[in-house]
Write a protein that binds this ligand. Sequence first.
Ligand SMILES: NC(=O)c1ccc[n+]([C@@H]2O[C@H](COP(=O)([O-])OP(=O)(O)OC[C@H]3O[C@@H](n4cnc5c(N)ncnc54)[C@H](OP(=O)(O)O)[C@@H]3O)[C@@H](O)[C@H]2O)c1
Length: 361
Amino acid sequence: MATVSRRSEMAEATSSITIPVLLLGCGGVGRHLLHHIVACRDLHSKMGLVLRVVGVSDSRSLLLVDDVATTGFEDEFLTEIFRLKSSSGSSFSDLHDLGRCQLVKGAEVTTNIINVAGQLGKSTGLSVVDCTASPETVHILNKVIDFGCCIILANKKPLTCRIEDYDKLISNIRRIRFEATVGAGLPIIASITRVLGSGDPIYRIIGSLSDPRDDLSGMDVARKALILARLLGWRIDMDDIQVESLYPKELGPNSMSTEDFLRIGMLSLDRGIQERANAASSRNKVLRYVCVIKESRCQVGLQELPKDSPLGRLRGSDNVVEIYSRCYNKSPMVIQGAGAGNDTTAAGVLADIVDLQDLFH
Ligand SMILES: NC(=O)c1ccc[n+]([C@@H]2O[C@H](COP(=O)([O-])OP(=O)(O)OC[C@H]3O[C@@H](n4cnc5c(N)ncnc54)[C@H](OP(=O)(O)O)[C@@H]3O)[C@@H](O)[C@H]2O)c1
């Protein structure tokens, strides 16, 4: 089976822009990204755009086309990867036919990624897309940007690491996109960037940015809050964020099994939260688990908010962000919609890759 196709065959229009893509992480989001890339071929072709996937990695190995300079995986092969990685515990070694590509393992994975970045970064350009949930990738990303590669992140961890690594990562702001790290496909980062770029100072952001059922400790929201605060220019770290966990230490994973937590712990939490919700209601307010970024403070926790505010009206699992600035003062800019899901998040990542097309040729 042929697993790669020549760039010239893929490009329909002579004036096409080709973006070579190297994907790190092929779980829920990563594999859906491959699916979307294949599904959007016709659309991208009409836009004069070709996404040429040259490599895909997971936690164990890296699949790489033999000739990264001219070839990319065929759509049939990308679809096979999508199917394979849809079963839990699967690895690229389970692929039946590797065709004209190689499977790299162990320490060789990082070396090969850096080599590809070195080869393509300054010639055709390369988009390195991080769809892992790993803090380790920041070292790779900080190397590949030196070769002029573009970086697209769904993974929040490289942006919430030490400020020195963060500074390096965003040192070429034109070459990095990270919309999917906050609110999946919602244009939260893009909207904030536009407001800031117009000279309109943002003085408060308040947002419900995850489903507390998935993030009772609040750490995921705290990472999103840190990304937004740093976007505003705040030089802070995770330790500077005040996080209210929805469970006390004695109900945490180190002290109680998940079964006991769901059976006993949750019930005790419900009582306390219900009392707080009732007290808020008596003041015509509602309780929301939000991040608040204002006046040099970045907080994550339960807040009482007016019932008739955008966040107060929130129902279900939507994300809602209210952005207050000089222009959006009494009436904030509000962004609302589904803020998670593999399909939606992968679409956000794809939109980021397409947004970088002018940097390729
Ligand atoms: N899903 C959402 O709704 C959503 C929304 C917004 C943002 N995100 C972010 O998107 C990222 C991906 O989420 P997900 O749901 O797809 O996670 P996931 O299903 O756990 O997939 C993570 C993938 O990364 C791979 N991986 C782990 N460590 C790696 C490493 N050091 N190098 C290369 N690959 C590595 C894993 O390999 P194996 O396959 O071998 O395990 C897996 O393929 C996360 O950072 C998440 O926070 C997700």
